[in-house]
Design a protein around this ligand. Structure first.
Ligand code: NAP
Ligand code: FE
Length: 368
């Protein structure tokens, strides 16, 4: 029997989870900092619910609302410093993966005021960190249930992740109604990200029977939802949105143990160079990833396709149609990408079916 399972955050799901469980905030302290992006916390209704809950518990709070997409390290640092200056007892991150990831890093900066920005990458793990509550508003990253935080380094523009037990939230409020305000493009891209997590994790050598339980449920949920979105080209109804959010958490559980394969670091380049949203940037390589899975992990591949409940061709067509991006790289950009992956091959390469190397990128002309 192979089992590997660790996810220590307490997840409380359901409509009005925040308001109904306001006492949890009281257990964390008297002063809170709320971390958000520009507008999603408000649009989703989550910020209002949190304010109601904090007022009810007589908790003083301040809001830091500058987190951007693919969050800059400097803003995570600034959020941490703001928390320190405010003497916050705990943090509440409300938003998509960008804000949730930023909150994890800010919680470390807040409790280590002597840290420079780059110390977050070299910290002794686990580092001290402020207690955190995460409230997701997208159905993609599963950051709520993972020990991963991805930030963009200001100087290099490169996306780089940190992970460790100090990156888990203490509490997660999973109220899927907060995803209802996502626009179509964000809904599609984040759902594709969840599919990328559950697919790349499925073929990781770290996959065990415990993650397989989440994959068994999550794969058919995600694929049927994506099929319906692709057929209608319309915003999903509320039931479908709820299903997508649950599936994104299942995919996050798979990611948390299994990690991701080569499409993730390759996708980071598409986001950095061409501004492609994260989910689509990863599924740009989906067809190629599946072809490697078929070649090197045939038995697992057959099981995966059975779980999707559709044929391989149809799956690839749906993912490609929803991904729908065209990019063009200059020779100079290709040279920089080659250097980057040669000098510092991501661990994700070995976590992919058949392994993966910079030669595979070049031989298959993956950056056209
Ligand atoms: P995001 O970057 O958090 O958000 C994308 C956009 O959607 C933002 O403009 C955001 O607005 C808006 N938005 C979010 N929720 C909304 C809602 N309910 N209603 C209306 N607008 C909404 O997107 P994401 O795909 O969730 O996160 C991507 C980031 O997560 C990337 O940096 C990626 O590398 C990282 N990631 C992390 C993990 C992990 O395990 N930790 C895994 C995969 C990816 P605001 O700017 O106003 O918030
Ligand atoms: Fe991802």
């Amino acid at each position: 029997m192979s089992l590997s399972f660790f996810m220590p955050s307490k997840v409380i799901g359901g409509d009005e989870a925040v308001i109904k469980n306001s006492f949890i905030f009281s257990s964390l302290g008297k002063k809170a900092i709320i971390i958000t992006g520009k507008s999603s916390a408000e649009k989703s209704g989550a910020l209002n619910d949190v304010k109601v809950a904090l007022d009810r518990e007589n908790i003083e709070y301040t809001v830091y609302n500058k987190i951007n997409e693919n969050p800059l390290l400097s803003l995570c640092f600034e959020a941490g410093k703001t928390a320190y200056d405010f003497s916050a007892d705990f943090m509440i991150g409300i938003g998509g993966g960008s804000v949730l990831d930023a909150t994890k890093a800010a919680a470390i900066f807040a409790d280590n005021p002597n840290f420079s920005q780059d110390d977050i990458y070299t910290r002794k793990i686990p580092a001290k960190h402020l207690k955190t509550v995460l409230i997701g508003t997208t159905s993609g990253t599963g950051s709520e249930v993972s020990s991963v935080s991805v930030m963009t380094h200001d100087k290099t523009g490169v996306k780089k992740s940190i992970s460790g037990p100090d990156c888990y939230a203490d509490y997660v409020f999973a109220d899927d109604r907060y995803t209802f305000s996502m626009p179509y493009n964000t809904t599609v891209s984040t759902a594709l990200d969840a599919l990328a997590h559950i697919t790349e994790g499925f073929f990781s050598p770290k996959m065990t029977e415990s993650e397989m339980l989440f994959a068994n449920e999550g794969i058919p949920m995600l694929v049927s939802a994506l099929k319906e979105i692709n057929e209608t080209k319309a915003l999903p109804n509320e039931n479908l949105r709820r299903k997508l959010y649950t599936a994104s958490l299942y995919a996050g559980m798979v990611l948390n143990t299994c990690g991701t394969g080569f499409p993730h670091p390759l996708g980071y380049v598409l986001t950095e160079y061409k501004g492609i949203p994260h989910g689509k940037a990863c599924t740009y390589f989906y067809e190629f990833f599946l072809s490697r899975a078929k070649e090197f992990e045939r038995e697992k591949f057959d099981k995966f396709i059975r779980l999707t409940k559709i044929k391989e061709d149809e799956l690839i067509r749906i993912v490609n149609e929803l991904t729908d991006i065209k990019v063009c790289f200059t020779d100079e950009e290709k040279e920089r990408i080659k250097k980057r992956f040669t000098s510092n091959p991501p661990r994700n390469f070995q976590n992919s079916p058949g392994g993966f190397s910079v030669e595979d990128i070049l031989n298959n002309n993956l950056y056209k």
